[in-house]
Ligand binder design. Structure first.
Ligand code: SF4
Length: 433
């Protein structure tokens, strides 16, 4: 049996979203579940028992969710059975990447299984204090490509704009852990004006990616001010938003937000998904509303050891994403951020996953696997090698089943003859020499 195939999909309890709540046996259903015929916006939440007394209105209010994020060991202990490794990890997270989990995302956690993929992503573990010699504070070299605070200009025609350092949930493998969660503030007006000035004077920039932190944590008015002023710059063709909010705080995707976003097309959204367990009815509703707003949705997934590094998990994820109109876009090799060695897989694992996707599922479901090169070299795509050999006049290829095929290269001599016969009639002889 090969690496990545140790567990049969049927025996993996994490592949389906479990009943929600503090303890499965004592699940409290406060509201009725949606029926088949109900529209997406009528999805009703099942509020777990630990939030007994919280109204449906409060639970579905993204501001309530943000205000009630779980940020302490004591509160987390009321929700799940923490392991010694998690308890130590939480104690040591102060001064490093903050702990913060929305009640909604916490309600997806398996309270008794420390290997639950939602827990592994959001709860610090003691391994975070073990630093490897390869790790870096700024693994993608963003700071050295920052001409103005908040702006990263690494590629000629596109820029990254970090509009806030706040996220709904802090992912323990975050590549920007040097920045996120430190002040939970958005970019200052002064710095944003500086960014606009820079962009207006750099006419090659045609694409602005708003990221952070999470741009969708800004209030609609603040986000709209940014989008409208960027849209007013004539050479900026495309606006993009990178977010994890539809996954960790789907309540934020409101009708008002979608109506505002759709004014600034072409606008695309990349959503950070990690595991099929994240795709709940609320998430489906959020993605459906964004897609109905005409916003193309793509996914970004970090390859994480013990979370999604099995081909059957990744296959399930990409297939579920297509069903909710999110096109799988990138699988990232985990960056070399400080304290994240325990999340990293080998590159061979990533290639093996790609081998099990291409040809084995819909082409639209197959993302590009990339290594974002340490130090700021940009993304480099990787895939299995399908070329068996290159010979004179032909290339030998293998398909997804391992069957071998020959593809004849174009016959250059014949091509020249054909071309000259056709062109002789129309093109003067001296041009044909
Ligand atoms: S949502 Fe993105 S920026 Fe925020 S903690 Fe997770 S990986 Fe980092």
């Amino acid at each position: 049996m090969q690496e990545g195939e140790k567990m049969e999909p049927a025996s993996d309890p994490n592949l389906s979203v479990p009943p929600r709540g503090g303890r499965r046996a004592s699940q409290l259903y406060l509201f009725s579940l949606p029926t088949e015929g109900e529209k997406s916006e009528e999805v009703r939440e099942v509020i777990p028992q630990v939030w007994k007394g919280v109204s449906e209105k409060e639970w579905n209010d993204w501001r309530w969710q943000l205000r009630h994020r779980i940020t302490t060991l004591e509160r987390l202990k009321e929700i799940i059975d923490l392991t010694p490794e998690e308890i130590e990890g939480i104690k040591h997270s102060k001064g490093r990447l903050a702990l913060a989990v929305t009640p909604y995302f916490a309600s997806l956690m398996d309270p008794v299984n420390p290997n639950c993929p939602i827990r592994r992503q959001a709860i610090p573990r003691i391994e975070e204090i073990h630093l490897s010699k390869n790790e870096m504070v700024d693994p993608l070299g963003e700071d050295k490509h920052s001409p103005v605070p908040g702006l990263v200009h690494r590629y000629p025609d596109r820029v990254l704009l970090l509009v806030t350092d706040q996220c709904a949930v802090y992912c323990r493998y975050c590549t920007r852990r040097r920045l996120v969660g430190s002040s939970e503030r958005s970019i200052t007006q002064g710095n944003f004006e500086e960014v606009l000035k820079y962009l207006k004077s750099h006419r090659k920039v045609r694409d602005v990616l708003l990221s952070g932190g999470d741009p969708l944590l800004l209030e609609n008015e603040r986000l709209e001010e940014m989008l409208s002023r960027l849209r007013a710059i004539p050479h900026i063709e495309l606006l993009r938003i990178g977010t994890r909010v539809p996954v960790t705080l789907p309540q934020r995707i409101t009708g008002g937000l979608v109506r505002m976003l759709k004014k600034y097309h072409p606008l695309m959204i990349s959503i950070h998904f990690t595991h099929p367990k994240e795709i709940t009815d609320q998430v489906k509703r959020a993605c459906s509303d964004l897609a109905d707003g005409g916003i193309p949705l793509g996914s970004q997934t970090v390859l994480l050891k013990g979370i999604n590094d099995k081909p059957y998990i990744m296959k399930k994820l990409v297939q579920e994403l297509l069903k909710i109109r999110v096109r799988p876009y990138y699988i990232y090799q985990c960056d070399l951020a400080m304290g994240t060695e325990h999340f990293r897989t080998s590159v061979a694992t990533g290639i093996q996953i790609m081998e099990k996707l291409r040809g084995h599922t819909t082409g639209y479901a197959v993302p590009t696997y990339v290594v974002d090169t340490p130090g700021g070299g940009g993304k480099i795509p990787l895939q299995p090698d399908y070329v068996v050999s290159k010979g004179r006049g032909k290339i030998v290829l293998r398909n997804y089943e391992g069957k071998v095929f020959e593809y004849p290269e174009p016959n250059i001599i014949e091509f020249k003859k054909t071309r000259s016969t056709v062109e002789e009639k129309a093109v003067p002889k001296k041009v044909m020499a």
